[in-house]
Write a protein that binds this ligand. Structure first.
Ligand SMILES: [Fe+2]
Ligand SMILES: [Fe+2]
Length: 277
């Protein structure tokens, strides 16, 4: 039987039960005291509970077509990891909205609408391609966060640890949706188009929520906010600038997430996660 999983032979996807005390951090501009960086990261967090629900559903739909026991095993670890991510980000989002008086319904509105639309309108292969593309975006941002030490000035904060934990698990399972897609559809054209759509909608949602949050905080029209924005996105760390080349690689015909073997960063960060006893 042909192997459907293309992840490294002895690679494992671990299920962890982390324990983050977020309340104190989330009440403030926890990300280096910067209103922009804090709002941007909080806006990103808002997308995960529903986004990851959709990822799980789109992969599960094709479960019956997968025969490789290794990939089946990876799929169940993928569901388990994404379920814990959803739960922890829901806690994060509830807290941030409560502490900072944000309207969660208003913030989530475009994503909820799109989720309903995709569920009822998109063919399952395209929905899965959307997941594959979104998983690529999270994987490249995750690698950048884990590899470069210029993100958080204080990486000891609980909220920073939450982001490291999520990033390392995104790295562990980065090829699961991709391998399922390759086994059940594999169209490069659909995959490429999905990347353009996923990038557009994720950026649009994150920027919209960032602006709404900054408005609520009374920080939207401050010069420092937008100096931080340009620096953060394009200069130092310049997350969008640094993500550009890895983003492009997804468009290659022979792309596979494990062509970049970055298991080194997983072991480096694993010990810093606070685990529930
Ligand atoms: Fe996740
Ligand atoms: Fe993921």
């Amino acid at each position: 039987m042909e192997k459907q999983s293309k992840s490294p032979e002895k690679h494992s996807i671990k299920i962890r039960k982390p324990n983050f005390e977020l309340e104190e951090d989330l009440a403030h501009d926890w990300y280096d005291g910067s209103a922009f960086k804090t709002a941007f990261e909080n806006a990103f967090s808002l997308l995960f509970p529903l986004g990851e629900k959709s990822f799980i559903e789109s992969v599960k739909y094709f479960q019956k077509e997968i025969k490789d026991p290794k990939l089946l095993d990876e799929m169940s670890s993928f569901y388990a990891q994404e379920s814990v991510h959803r739960k922890e980000h829901q806690k994060y989002n509830d807290l941030v909205c409560k502490l900072r008086d944000y309207d969660m319904e208003l913030l989530n509105k475009p994503q909820v609408k799109r989720y309903e639309w995709a569920k009822t309108t998109l063919p399952p292969e395209r929905r899965l391609a959307g997941t594959v593309a979104a998983e690529h975006l999270t994987a490249i941002l995750a690698d950048d966060l884990l590899r470069n030490k210029d993100h958080f000035t204080n990486s000891g904060k609980h909220v920073a640890k939450l982001w490291y934990w999520h990033a390392l698990e995104e790295t562990e399972h980065k090829a699961v949706a991709f391998d399922v897609y390759a086994a059940v559809c594999g169209s490069i054209k659909i995959r490429r188009r999905a990347l353009l759509f996923a990038t557009h909608f994720i950026m649009k949602d994150v920027l919209r929520s960032t602006v709404l949050m900054l408005k609520q905080d009374g920080q939207l029209w401050k010069i420092r906010t937008w100096v931080d924005a340009v620096n953060f996105l394009f200069i130092k760390p310049g997350i969008l600038r640094r993500a550009f080349i890895p983003w492009l690689q997804f468009l290659r015909k022979d792309f596979h997430p494990w062509k970049k073997d970055n298991r080194d960063v997983i072991s480096e960060w694993e010990s810093s996660i606070p685990i529930k006893n």
